[in-house]
Write a protein that binds this ligand. Structure first.
Ligand code: ADP
Ligand code: 5GP
Length: 191
């Protein structure tokens, strides 16, 4: 690695089916290692769920605003997931890695592959559920998705898991404390 590269922060891509626990796990790492590790807040055209605030979980916008932002090349990657647009703001990502902070991207497999193609040094981590039954149980337990949204998420879960072979690390989030420790071990081997 050159000294120029060593000054830059790493990009950590965390993917996995909806409801598997990506947000809980990413928050654990970011809270513990901030300000050296930061969370990339994505932009989305999906409606906020109960309790979600603009600029906190996501930057919320309309589909046409999102399309305008695509034209302006505002996203390092973007994808249509479960029928809505989601994108990683390019400026936040570049500013942070250029300033030596590590950035965590909680994004789907399409986005993960796009970032990895552009930034082959990005660290790819996939979170697996212990079973599909448990995954459905977690999505229901979160109590934030309609029955239709739940069905879409369960269908997409199988497709996402098929792509896990493209990821360098695969963790099973069964016992949450163990999954946190496993993820932390991966982070600590880089940061
Ligand atoms: P994602 O970001 O992958 O969609 P979340 O982080 O929102 O998933 O987690 C979905 C739900 O599952 C949340 O209610 C969360 O508290 C719960 N959860 C996460 N990990 C576990 C675990 N290991 N065991 C039981 N429940 C979990
Ligand atoms: P949710 O609607 O449950 O918050 O997220 C749905 C899916 O969108 C998850 O798989 C999540 O990782 C993914 N996602 C969130 N932000 C982005 C993003 O900026 N880009 C891409 N490609 N996927 C994202």
């Amino acid at each position: 690695m050159t000294s120029e590269q060593s000054k830059k922060g790493y990009i950590f891509i965390v993917s996995g089916p909806s409801g598997v626990g990506k947000t809980v796990l990413c928050n654990y790492i970011v809270d513990k290692y901030k300000p050296q590790v930061v969370y990339s807040i994505s932009t989305t055209s999906r409606e906020p769920r109960g309790g979600e605030k603009d600029g906190q979980e996501y930057n919320f916008c309309t589909a046409s605003e999102f399309e305008e932002a695509i034209k302006k090349d505002a996203f390092a990657e973007w994808a249509c997931v479960h029928g809505n647009y989601y994108g990683t703001p390019r400026k936040f990502l570049m500013d942070n890695i250029n300033e030596g902070r590590h950035v965590v991207l909680n994004i789907d497999v399409q986005g993960g592959m796009k970032i990895h193609k552009e930034y082959p040094e990005a660290i790819m981590i996939f979170i697996l559920p212990p079973s599909f039954e448990e995954l459905e149980h977690r999505i229901r337990g979160r109590n934030m998705d309609s029955e239709e949204s739940l069905k879409k998420r369960m269908i997409n879960a199988r497709k996402e898991i098929d792509c896990s072979k493209e990821y360098k690390y695969c963790l099973i989030n069964d016992d949450l404390e163990k999954a946190k420790a496993d993820l932390e071990k991966i982070f600590l081997s880089y940061i």
